[in-house]
Design a protein around this ligand. Structure first.
Ligand SMILES: [Fe+2]
Ligand SMILES: [Fe+2]
Length: 479
């Protein structure tokens, strides 16, 4: 049995690629089984207004229509081939990009692809219960859009495993459907993808901070000498932009609503009105930002040096002609201070070993621009409160800062002081319970839950009052 490209939209010539067809015939039904088990619970029969990529042309990559999620057409797309592409950095800079996996880097490339790939189904699993507490139809649709596209990203990476890694690749592709986020015996590979996302504030923080790590990882892989990986990740980045938009504007809308509620009370205590206090939002930011920082890996890393030297993974914007001049990075260093033997000590890290740090810097800048937008809302409302990003060293479980405790401003602190400071810095069980208490579904057409402001506009020039989800078993109530 063959799988036609009507079922799997693609630009990898699936119709004539027998080997790939054969692999997908076995994998696709298992994927659907996984989706039905682990995808959004309770909404699989509903019609959702979704975009689907049906080709890579600007007219085709975002096709909007009502779809039942299990009938979504998960496609395989690579950004079109540039036959003259050369390696843009590292020891082999200037040589032609690779169309096949070189034997000497097979292990490293597989590891990079598997690690990225594993995050895609993980996030769907983390978010599978959120539909039940959606603050609006608009938000519910955005959640499902993110979910189906993470499913497509799984396809994009599994395609690489099937096509270029033979039997090992097929086994890795199987394992993608076996591991489970948060499972004790068979967890997802990276820690932030085992954290539960059980309220919408966490969802917005995840899409703002953790998906944004994804943007930078994908951007670094888009520079790869292994051309199919570069082309797959480039196309994934076009979809990723919407996920980040969901997080960025989601938190922005929480800030705007909180400002409105603050104005209604002299003591500005929005918890009396069912709102999310800025201090509580800040704790969520601290938690998700620091967990996402861990995803970059150690600031001083021999793996990152190997990846860079070999041309497997570059920096963000490595070859855009604007960000970096030196693509060999053999003679420069990064200074970084961390605690060693009880003292804050400066370390000179050879640049190639500091590539994770470089990537994390680009990420931080990107996060800061969202913070500036949210702070603008506060400023315009005449409030002195400001939101911030904690320093790199705060609350780290991975990397050079993980051995010692640091406060949100980056000062080393004794372990006891850290533990007591966390009351102020990280959400407590009571904080999470409060946020959870606000999570009541709001499915009335054009209405929004009390704790969040409506968006400025709807999806794809549709109005905000638009039936973004049509339920098969319940009526969407008219406002
Ligand atoms: Fe993704
Ligand atoms: Fe994403």
């Amino acid at each position: 049995m063959a799988i036609s490209s009507d079922i799997i939209p693609n630009n990898v010539d699936l119709d004539s690629n027998r080997k790939l067809q054969k692999a997908l015939v076995a994998w696709q039904p298992r994927f659907l089984e996984w989706w039905n088990d682990m995808g959004p619970r309770g909404y699989q029969q509903d019609m959702v207004y979704l975009r689907t990529a049906v080709s890579v042309e600007s007219s085709g990559w975002a096709h909007y229509d009502y779809v039942r999620m299990p009938e979504y057409r998960w496609g395989i797309f690579l950004t079109p081939n540039d036959p003259n592409r050369t390696i843009g950095f590292g020891d082999q800079m200037g040589k032609p990009a690779w169309q096949q996996v070189p034997g000497e880097y097979r292990k490293e490339l597989r590891r990079l692809i598997v690690t990225q790939c594993d995050t895609e189904p993980a996030s769907v699993e983390q978010q599978r219960l959120l539909g039940d507490t959606a603050p609006s139809l608009y938000d519910m649709r955005n959640l499902f859009q993110v979910n189906v596209e993470e499913g497509r990203h799984l396809w994009a990476m599994v395609h690489l495993l099937h096509e270029y890694f033979g039997r090992d690749g097929r086994e890795e592709a199987e394992d993608m459907l076996m591991r489970r986020s948060g499972d004790v015996d068979s967890p997802r590979i990276l820690e932030a993808f085992n954290k539960p996302i059980d309220d919408w504030l966490a969802f917005f923080c995840f899409t703002m901070f953790t998906d944004r790590d994804g943007k930078f990882q994908l951007g670094a892989l888009a520079e790869s000498a292994f051309d199919p990986l570069s082309r797959a990740t480039r196309f994934m980045l076009t979809e990723e932009a919407h996920h980040l938009f969901v997080g960025d504007t989601g938190i922005g809308r929480v800030v705007r609503r909180t400002i409105e509620l603050m104005a209604q009370r002299e003591d500005r205590d929005v918890t009396q009105l069912g709102g999310i206090p800025l201090t509580l939002l800040q704790k969520y930011i601290n938690e998700w930002y620091s967990a996402s920082m861990d995803l970059f890996g150690s600031e001083d890393s021999s793996n990152s040096a190997t990846y860079f030297s070999a041309g497997l993974k570059g920096r963000f914007g490595e070859t855009n002609g604007k960000t970096y001049e030196d693509h060999v990075a053999l003679e420069t260093y990064r200074d970084l201070k961390w605690m060693e033997e009880g003292r804050l000590t400066n370390h000179e890290i050879p640049m190639r070993r500091a590539m994770n740090l470089e990537l994390a810097d680009s990420y931080r800048k990107d996060c800061s621009s969202a913070l500036n937008r949210w702070n603008k809302f506060l400023e315009e409302a005449g409030l002195a409160d400001r939101l911030y990003l904690p320093e790199l060293s705060f609350n780290r479980k991975v990397g050079v800062f993980s051995e010692h405790d640091y406060d949100v401003s980056g000062n080393p602190v004794a372990h006891n002081d850290f533990a007591s400071g966390c009351v102020e810095w990280l959400p407590s069980e009571a904080d999470k319970a409060y946020v959870k208490s606000l999570m009541v579904p709001c499915l009335e057409l054009g209405k929004f839950a009390n704790w969040i402001a409506p968006p400025r506009k709807g999806i794809q020039s549709n109005p905000i009052e638009f039936p973004y989800v049509q339920f098969h078993d319940k009526q969407t109530t008219e406002a």
